[in-house]
Design a protein around this ligand. Structure first.
Ligand code: FES
Ligand SMILES: [Fe+2]
Length: 289
């Protein structure tokens, strides 16, 4: 996966933030954003290297992890088509108790760029991130500097739009899981709808006492599966079924066999057992199992 040069560059990298380095870099400017989430979700997002090519597919085409730990992560990243060179080596060092992290490109396009982020709580479910861009050298002139800054601010606006959706989705999924965990398993059938009138092209999402499930048409019959990924609770209701009969989670790309619920990569548990789908007097119901 890594060339010999990449391997030695990677091994030479420190696993702790060196704040003294900033004095030798050129400070270009920053991007400040308020987000309606808590610090826990933000820090979780910083550590979550795996979402980059899925949630940020216009910025990253692939990611291969080199190493990770409580210090952060280091990876080889594929840049989207059209980028001058196709790969970057990048690491992200985290000081989680200070809510501070630094990403550094140490090989490939943009080598030497450091991006320092300070997250700060401003209200119960609101934070502010201050993203500061440092370059290895000052741009040739002010116009060039303004152009690079505008480009980076735009890129970070997009990244945070995408991350905001992910983090809000994750917080909502955690709240759902807590609520379902507190419920008694239900015993009543839950109506999905009339078998002849349900739109076969739509995924019908049904809330039960213990989870959320999707009812949809597949190979000429109605099937039911959990709407919640077992990795980090990503939503499966928007997932198309691929040719192998698998669902793909939009957050980290894990695949699940529609029929068995098993995770194809064997990285996480099988999906929650789906309720039984029954038809009675022309109506479809989900029956708790
Ligand atoms: S939440 Fe990570 S793959 Fe689904
Ligand atoms: Fe992200």
């Amino acid at each position: 996966m890594l060339t010999e040069t990449e391997q030695s560059l990677s091994e030479a990298r420190p696993n702790a933030i060196d704040f003294d380095r900033i004095s030798g870099l050129h400070y270009l400017g920053n991007y400040v954003r308020r987000l309606p989430i808590n610090l826990a979700r933000m820090i979780e997002n910083a550590y979550d290297w795996e979402h980059l090519p899925y949630v940020h597919s216009s910025s990253f085409s692939s990611i291969d992890l080199i190493d990770s730990g409580t210090w952060g992560w280091r990876a080889k990243i594929g840049l989207p088509d059209g980028a001058p060179a196709s790969h970057q080596l990048l690491d992200l060092l985290v000081e989680s108790d200070r809510h501070y992290w630094v990403s550094t490109v140490f090989s490939g396009p943009g080598t030497g760029i450091e991006i320092h982020t300070q997250a700060t709580k401003v209200a119960e479910e609101e934070i502010e991130v201050d993203v500061r861009f440092y370059l290895p050298e000052a741009p040739e002139n002010e116009t060039g500097a303004q152009m690079i800054l505008a480009y980076m601010q735009q890129q970070y606006a997009t990244l945070y739009d995408e991350d905001q959706d992910l983090m809000l989705g994750r917080q909502g999924a955690l709240n759902d899981r807590q609520r379902w965990g507190a419920n008694e398993p239900g015993s009543n059938d839950v109506l999905v709808g009339s078998a002849s009138e349900l739109d076969p092209k739509t995924v019908h999402t049904v809330e039960m006492e213990n989870g959320r499930f999707c009812v949809r048409r597949y190979q000429e019959e109605w099937v039911v599966h959990s709407a919640v990924c077992t990795h980090l609770l990503g939503p499966l209701d928007g997932s198309e079924i691929n040719e192998q009969g698998q669902l793909t989670c939009p957050w980290h790309g894990y695949h699940f066999d529609l029929r068995s619920g098993e995770n194809t990569e064997q990285k996480c548990r099988a999906l929650a057992t789906a309720p039984e789908l029954i038809e009675h007097d022309g109506e479809l119901y989900l029956r708790p199992v």
